[in-house]
Ligand binder design. Structure first.
Ligand code: NAD
Ligand code: UDP
Ligand code: UDP
Length: 319
């Protein structure tokens, strides 16, 4: 059994990853500065003797002893990563340098949670790992997209220059329990709005698409990628190849919640990608992985989570 560092472990995806690794019998060191994550996400793990939680900002060096590193620390929703864009870039770039430096000293495998945002507003559809992307370097999303692109560059250079065993997962839109209720992402917004019978906010015409992956499937993909034998010197897309328009998602959430909410239009955010869908051929081949959870089933579990959160009164302030 290994000692595994998860940065960003108190966040949405990180908390599920910590739980899975503990269930598999590993010791987990969870590092987080609680910018968007919360101790509530780790409630079921806090008293577990296999888990150690450390408040730390990955833009500063970290000297610990572990066997494996998953680097997830970074705000992921547009309103959170645009809140302090300079800090967002620092988190991706300095965080990557520090965690790669740590992995280099320990000679241990390190996995980077990259993103479909490296493809920007893509002209290639679905997106394969070979596609170089179309990111507006000067736009409001660039702090996240370019920070993640630079982090990937660092990962591939540490691999070439220092022979470090790296993994780079390009994660597409993921949803599920432990999402932050005010993170502005479409799944959390629509569910919270529907449960409160408030208007469902459709940005633009709602014809833009995303491909939504349930968090358990995604975390399974991350662990499989980490455990591949041998070198993986290329990025790997992880996401659900079933594409949905934002209007279809709104309708599904309305149906599943039985909500009386009406749909309202809001302006489309600057640089909002029109279409996004992963080509997961590489993950299928390399990891024998594909998402299993249908959107409806995953949404039901996510709705149950938000119902419980809102009725506990914890939906407003979660720190
Ligand atoms: P999240 O905001 O819930 O989790 C990020 C975690 O990182 C939070 O707990 C936050 O407090 C922590 N963090 C932020 N800055 C930090 C810093 N400087 N030092 C230490 N901790 C810090 O987001 P998430 O959805 O769980 O995303 C996790 C990772 O997956 C991120 O790297 C994100 O870019 C990537 N990702 C997520 C999605 C998605 O759809 N959720 C898609 C693509 C990529
Ligand atoms: N680092 C760290 N923990 C370690 C080793 C390194 O946080 O156990 C950080 C340290 O801040 C360093 C960075 O990782 O600056 C990059 O390390 P590397 O060895 O690649 O470069 P250098 O030490 O030459 O800057
Ligand atoms: N969106 C929307 N209403 C909302 C929140 C988001 O129509 O209340 C749209 C948004 O414009 C985008 C899509 O849903 O086209 C996904 O947005 P999200 O912020 O969840 O993820 P990202 O744009 O980073 O993929």
């Amino acid at each position: 059994m290994k000692k595994i560092l998860v940065t960003g472990g108190a966040g949405f995806i990180g908390s599920h990853l910590c739980a899975k690794l503990v269930n598999e019998g590993h010791d987990v060191l969870c590092v987080d500065n609680y910018f968007t994550g919360s101790r509530r996400n780790l409630e079921s793990l806090i008293s577990n003797s296999s888990v150690e939680i450390m408040r730390h900002d990955v833009t500063f060096p970290l000297y610990v002893e572990v066997d494996e590193i998953y680097n997830l620390a970074c705000p992921a929703s547009p309103i959170h990563y645009q809140h302090d864009p300079v800090q967002t870039t620092k988190t991706s770039v300095l965080g990557a340098i520090n965690m790669l430096g740590l992995a280099k000293r320990l000679r241990c495998p390190i996995l980077q949670s990259s993103t479909s945002e490296v493809y920007g507003d893509p002209e290639v559809h679905p997106q394969t790992e070979q596609y170089w992307g179309r990111v507006n370097v000067a736009g409001p999303r660039a702090c996240y997209d370019e920070g993640k692109r630079c982090a990937e560059t660092l990962f591939f250079d540490y691999h070439r220059q220092h022979r470090l065993p790296i993994r780079v997962a390009r994660i597409f839109n993921t949803y599920g329990p432990n999402m932050h209720p005010q993170d502005g992402r479409v799944v959390s917004n629509f569910i919270v709005q529907a449960l409160q019978n408030e208007p469902i906010t459709i940005y633009g015409e709602g014809q833009q698409t995303r491909s939504f992956c349930y968090v358990d499937d995604l975390v399974e993909g991350l662990v499989r990628l980490m455990n591949v034998q041998g070198d993986v010197p290329t990025p790997v897309n992880l996401g659900n190849p079933t594409e949905t328009t934002i209007l279809e998602l709104a309708q599904l959430v309305l149906d599943l919640t039985g909500s009386r909410s009406e749909l309202v239009r809001r302006p489309l955010p600057v640089d909002d990608p029109k279409q996004r869908c992963p080509d997961i051929a590489k993950a299928r081949d390399l990891l024998r992985w594909a998402p299993k959870t249908p959107l409806e089933a995953g949404l039901k579990r996510t709705i149950a989570y938000f119902e419980a959160l809102l009725s506990s009164g914890a939906g407003e302030v979660r720190q």
